[in-house]
Design a protein around this ligand. Structure first.
Ligand code: ZN
Length: 347
């Protein structure tokens, strides 16, 4: 038995003991969890009990953005040892599947992902994880930053899918945590400047504090007008849609330059209208993003080298004992909160 933050059913969280499998396979490591970030998806399972086809039917441990310390290694594990500081990639594919062999293991139909029903997450003092999806943190990175690698990986995947060229002008619609991560990844990926549009000024103030980021408050000026002004009417080279909001998605063609790219990152809850002819008239390339594949090493390299600083995006850190309060604060969705983290008790 281990203590864990358990989503009993929609709207009901409990910090309680739960029975967990304890078998360490030769290719696994056992990790003492140190820090776990609260993600929008965790919160959505709490408030709605489902995301698309994934429905909470049994009690499920939440959490998938984690760092920790290796406390035991399986007999086949080569690249990790006891005491290593690590972060964990929460999606585990079947490495022999057709998708995995193509390098797109994020869309392997067999992938299992922490805290996506029926798979338990990591808000518990110890987890067993495949060493192949466990990554050593450089000394320059804190556990808190290690737990930020997961959401940053989505930003990185978005930047890669965009095929940014050096000097591109980027535009991000939606300044939620993933919008912010995407803006920073786009800058690190070669954008000369990234504009971020949202209607919440406190969020824009947080991301606008970074060099290279300009903000657009769409309560004052439409994103289309602002980006036209900034680019002499040409449009952004790459547009990252991170709001999932129907009006933003309908308005995408007006934001990109002719021949530019649109990357769909945000997930609308329901199907939304898309302006196909608007996209065609500029021959825009449309890319989609689902989680990430082969990104963790790159993300850790950028953060560890100091090229990307995610520390300003960590808004609050609460102890494991206050996990329910941490989630209730995340549900409030304060405009000044980006990422709330939970710290496990010292082992
Ligand atoms: Zn997440």
């Amino acid at each position: 038995m281990a203590e864990a933050l358990v989503l009993e059913r929609k709207g009901e969280l409990a910090l309680r003991d739960i029975a967990l499998p304890d078998q360490l396979r030769p290719q696994d490591v056992r990790i003492a969890v140190h820090t776990v970030g609260v993600c929008g998806s965790d919160v959505h399972f709490y408030t709605h009990g489902k995301i698309g086809p994934f429905v909470v039917q049994e009690p499920m441990i939440l959490g998938h953005e984690a760092s920790g310390i290796v406390v035991q290694t399986g007999s086949d594990v080569q690249h990790l040892k006891v005491g290593d500081r690590v972060c964990m990639e929460p999606g585990i594919p079947d490495p022999t599947s057709r998708a995995s062999r193509l390098g797109i293991y994020n869309v392997d139909p067999a992938v299992t992902f922490w805290a996506t029903p029926p798979v338990h997450g990591c808000l518990t003092p110890h987890v067993i994880h495949p060493a192949a999806f466990t990554f050593k943190l450089p000394d320059t990175m804190s556990f808190a930053e290690g737990a930020m690698v997961e959401p940053f990986a989505i930003g990185m995947q978005s930047a890669l899918r965009a095929r940014i060229q050096p000097g591109d002008v980027g535009l991000v619609t939606g300044a939620g945590p993933i919008g912010m991560m995407t803006a920073l990844a786009a800058l690190a990926g070669g954008c000369a400047k990234v504009y971020v549009a949202d209607l919440a000024q406190p969020k824009l103030d947080i991301i606008g504090a970074y060099d290279g980021i300009e903000t657009i408050n769409i309560r004052q000026q439409s994103a289309a007008e602002a980006i036209a002004e900034a680019t002499d009417g040409w449009g952004a080279d790459v547009v990252f849609e991170c709001s999932g909001a129907a009006p933003a998605i309908l308005g995408l063609p007006a934001l990109a330059r002719p021949g530019g790219a649109i990357v769909l990152v945000g997930m609308p809850v329901d199907p939304v209208p898309v302006d196909i002819v608007g996209l065609q008239a500029k021959e825009l390339r449309v890319e989609t993003v689902f989680r990430y594949a082969n990104i963790y090493d790159r993300a850790i390299a950028l953060i560890g080298a100091g090229k990307v600083d995610l520390k300003p995006l960590i808004s609050a850190t609460l102890p494991f004992a206050d996990s329910v309060a941490a989630f209730d604060r995340a549900v409030e969705a304060r405009e000044t909160d980006v990422k709330i983290q939970i710290r496990m008790p010292e082992a």
